[in-house]
Design a protein around this ligand. Structure first.
Ligand SMILES: NC(=O)C1=CN([C@@H]2O[C@H](COP(=O)(O)OP(=O)(O)OC[C@H]3O[C@@H](n4cnc5c(N)ncnc54)[C@H](O)[C@@H]3O)[C@@H](O)[C@H]2O)C=CC1
Ligand SMILES: CCCCCC(=O)/C=C/[C@H]1[C@H](O)CC(=O)[C@@H]1CCCCCCC(=O)O
Length: 253
């Protein structure tokens, strides 16, 4: 896909990987709709980015757990940026104490984003096709024993990607579906896990889960996102570790 002039929606686009994705997509000539629950930070980010990407970046308030608001973000993007070609379903929460919300953001939020992508980009619905990238994690393929619900959501993202990425759906809709599964960032590895684990008993397991994990840089993951948009086959999930070529995950041996 030639990215120049393409319109991308990035959920959870205000911080971390999402922000790095927005910046990299802008560098490659895309128009970007930053969609996030954090409107203050979103407005400020877009104000700053507008200085270098005039008329190519907007902010849409968007809670991925709220279908009507998510739908409105698509509609605003289309009316202000002229269409939608790429959806990066990036928003996520890692907190097994809030497990119902965690499932609603990490899994249901991605399902909402996919269904909206089909509605607005699906060739069978009058659209032009496009690409959806879903945010998995390295735990899409390897269990984090300390975070069972988080791990389940990320496994589900890879499974959803594999099914919706199948040629049955791609031939019908013209929408490719891919998952990006990064290793943790330095900040994530250094953070205090206690408020995010369902039991204090799991803290030791958390340290075991992240031992031997090399942190990855947001900028590197964002560059990999561009490669995946250009080359990855639909239905594939990619593990991204620092300085290494992305590895395709094997999900259903
Ligand atoms: N940071 C890490 O170490 C890793 C992150 N990932 C994945 O990468 C993606 C991004 O992670 P980070 O950059 O760490 O996230 P982050 O915590 O830096 O940013 C998440 C963004 O999502 C927004 N958000 C939260 N709930 C939302 C909702 N309901 N609707 C819309 N926006 C919402 C937040 O306001 C925030 O801007 C996630 O899917 C995460 O699981 C995967 C592996 C490692
Ligand atoms: C338990 C330590 C707290 C970490 C703080 C932090 O950086 C959280 C980031 C999360 C973000 O809010 C939404 C997420 O999904 C991020 C965490 C994802 C990390 C997954 C690490 C394990 C893996 O690679 O699968």
């Amino acid at each position: 896909m030639d990215l120049k002039g393409k319109v991308a929606i990035v959920t959870g686009g205000v911080s971390g990987y999402g922000r790095a994705y927005c910046e990299e997509l802008l560098r490659h000539g895309c128009k970007v709709s930053v969609c996030d629950i954090d409107s203050d930070a979103g407005d400020e980010m877009v104000h700053n980015l507008s200085k270098i990407a005039k008329d190519r970046v907007i902010f849409c308030p968007c809670d991925v757990t709220d279908y009507p608001q998510f739908e409105e973000a698509f509609q605003t993007t289309i009316s202000k940026l002229g269409g939608v070609d790429i959806v990066i379903n990036n928003a996520s929460l890692m907190n097994d104490r809030l497990w119902e919300l965690e499932v609603d953001v990490n899994l249901n939020g991605i399902i909402r984003g996919l269904l909206l992508a089909y509605r607005f980009m699906g060739r069978d619905r009058g659209g032009c096709g496009g690409i959806v990238i879903n945010a998995g994690a390295s735990s899409s393929a390897h269990p984090m024993i300390s975070l069972p619900v988080f791990t389940a959501t990320k496994h589900a993202v890879a499974a959803l990607t594999s099914c919706y990425g199948d040629k049955l759906h791609v031939n019908l809709t013209g929408v490719k579906v891919i998952a990006i599964c990064p290793a943790p960032t330095e900040a994530h590895l250094a953070a205090d896990p206690r408020k995010r684990l369902l039991s204090g008993e799991y803290e030791q397991a958390w340290h075991a889960d992240i031992s031997n994990t090399m942190p990855v840089k947001c900028e590197y993951v964002a560059k990999t996102l561009i490669d995946l948009l250009k080359k990855a086959p639909s239905g594939s999930s990619w593990l991204v570790e620092n300085g290494q070529l992305p590895k395709q995950m094997s999900l259903f041996p």
